[in-house]
Write a protein that binds this ligand. Structure first.
Ligand code: NAP
Length: 231
């Protein structure tokens, strides 16, 4: 199948690779990033794949998001992929948490994906594939937390997992499937050079999962290789 995918945070990392791999298989890609004029790698990709449309969006700027929603009113979006994310300060443990940064991370990683779903659910409902996916992280899994710490980023991903679960229930009557995803530990600016896999490998797995998912899988948390992760 082919269709339209809207992806946030496309100027680098996993988002950029998602654009490349979906454009390669003939999808129309609505590639959102904060500063399209500075997104050099995305501009190069767009030259190769004219089906990529660059869109300005800071996911925490809700006025901008709502205007974008109005601009795309009536246009089907098969996959809404909330990829943009912010880690916040690294190596912050118990006793050293920056509350202002914590709020910033929650805004980007938890509230913004919810707002994207609210803004674009009509577009997704009007499509063939009807899928909303959120790039979460395994470190948001409470069942998997054996090392403690990571208060800021962990809680933002745990909370967005709960957003995914509620959305899956609330949007089921409209035929929309909602998933939380873990991309693996990926070599990007966020994952660092010591990460385990490349963005190509991560996105290869995620793409397969996104294209094959059925409504029976709604409200679940998946690793990039298709295995399920406990909440
Ligand atoms: P990355 O290389 O740091 O890229 C993050 C992307 O998110 C950038 O495009 C960034 O744009 C964008 N972004 C951040 N805040 C934004 C905002 N307010 N509005 C719009 N865009 C914003 O990270 P990545 O590794 O590709 O991560 C992508 C997603 O996977 C994130 O949600 C992350 O939490 C998740 N994840 C990554 C890993 C990993 O190992 N890499 C593991 C688990 C989960 P700017 O350039 O404008 O900042």
């Amino acid at each position: 199948m082919s269709g339209t995918i809207l992806i946030t945070g496309c100027n680098r990392g996993i988002g950029l690779e998602l654009c490349a791999q979906f454009a390669e298989i003939g999808w129309k890609v609505l590639a959102c990033c904060r500063e399209p004029k500075k997104a050099a790698e995305l501009a190069v990709l767009q030259e190769r794949y004219p089906s990529i449309q660059l869109i300005r969006l800071d996911v925490t700027d809700y006025e901008q998001m709502i205007s974008l929603g109005k601009a795309f009113q009536g246009e089907p979006i098969d996959i809404l992929l909330n990829n943009a994310g912010y880690y916040g300060p690294k190596g912050v443990g118990f006793g050293a948490v920056d509350r202002a940064e914590w709020r910033r991370v929650l805004e980007s990683n938890t509230i913004a994906p919810y707002m994207m779903a609210e803004t674009f659910c009509d577009n997704v409902a009007a499509s063939e594939h009807k899928l909303i996916a959120v790039m979460s992280s395994k470190v948001g899994s409470i069942a998997d937390n054996r090392s403690g710490g990571g208060y800021i980023y962990r809680t933002s991903k745990t909370a967005v997992n709960q957003v995914v679960k509620s959305l899956s229930i609330d949007l089921e009557p409209r035929g929309i499937t909602v998933l939380a995803l873990h991309p693996g530990w990926v070599k990007t600016a966020m994952g660092g050079p010591g990460a385990l896999i490349s963005a190509e490998e991560s996105v290869g797995g995620l793409k397969k999962l996104l294209l094959s998912v059925t409504p029976a899988k709604t409200g679940r948390f998946y690793n990039y290789d298709g295995t399920e992760i406990p909440w």
